[in-house]
Write a protein that binds this ligand. Structure first.
Ligand code: AP5
Length: 211
């Protein structure tokens, strides 16, 4: 699942992984849990995340490849990884050694104004990481997660000034992956600006068609 911050990668990844029985591997969720637990990786990653930059490639690759190796089931859905060309190339090498491969890249296309609106209005559950939006998908009770009753908070990196840096980082370092995967013939553009259900239907239909 490839796309800028706030494009809906997490929202769609949860749905698609659940429906298709895939392991959902979100680099952002894993990093936030490492930060929360105060692990060595979390301590190293924290300042990069808070400023809207990227955590160094070597840390991310080790973290994600470890999770991929342990993933059970028919396959896995990557959300937020890879995010640089170096990550993508190393991922290909490591997957080849495991006799696995990336067979499809869903590229969610959304304009910067809409991204800013989505990120500054997002609320995330501190317990189960479920995601809400104050206008687009509000919880039944403000501040409380519908799924687990946990407390909802705004992410520190969703402040407008950090969002601006995350968008810049995306355009400079992650956008080149669109050409990389397009060249490999596995990338499909999906209009991420449409409503959530519509986006889910579009991705499901691509999966059904094997496109
Ligand atoms: P990460 O958590 O991956 O952040 P991100 O890529 O910036 O993506 P987001 O989680 O912000 O957005 P999303 O696309 O998942 O959107 P969502 O579904 O929540 O990474 C955080 C940080 O960790 C990075 O900045 C970096 O420092 C570090 N990091 C992570 N991976 C790394 C890597 N590989 N290498 C190096 N560093 C890494 O939706 C957003 C909002 O919009 C929600 O409120 C949602 O309800 C709403 N919404 C969703 N879809 C729609 C829709 N169709 N219509 C209307 N509203 C919608």
């Amino acid at each position: 699942m490839l796309g800028p911050p706030g494009a809906g990668k997490g929202t769609q990844a949860v749905r698609i992984a659940q429906r298709r029985g895939l392991a959902h591997l979100s680099s952002g969720d894993i990093l936030r849990s490492e930060v929360k637990d105060g692990t060595e990786l979390g301590r190293k990653a924290r300042s990069y995340m808070e400023s809207g930059g990227l955590v160094p490639d070597d840390l991310i690759i080790a973290m994600m490849v470890g999770r991929i190796e342990k993933a059970a089931g028919p396959g896995f859905l990557l959300d937020g990884f890879p995010r640089t060309l170096a990550q993508a190339r190393q991922l290909d090498e490591r997957l080849a050694a495991l006799q696995r491969r990336i067979d499809r890249v869903i590229h969610l296309v959304v304009g910067d104004d809409e991204l800013l609106n989505r990120l500054t209005g997002r609320w995330t559950c501190t317990k189960c990481s479920a995601v809400y939006h104050e206008r687009n998908s509000p919880p039944a009770r403000a501040g409380t997660c519908d799924a687990c009753g946990g407390e909802l908070k705004q992410r520190p990196d969703d402040r407008a000034e950090v969002v601006a840096n995350r968008l810049r980082t995306y355009h400079e370092q992650t956008r080149p992956l669109v050409d990389y995967y397009h060249g490999r013939g596995v990338l499909v553009d999906v209009d991420g600006q449409a409503g959530m259900e519509e986006v889910t239907r579009a991705i499901e239909s691509l999966c059904e068609r094997g496109a």
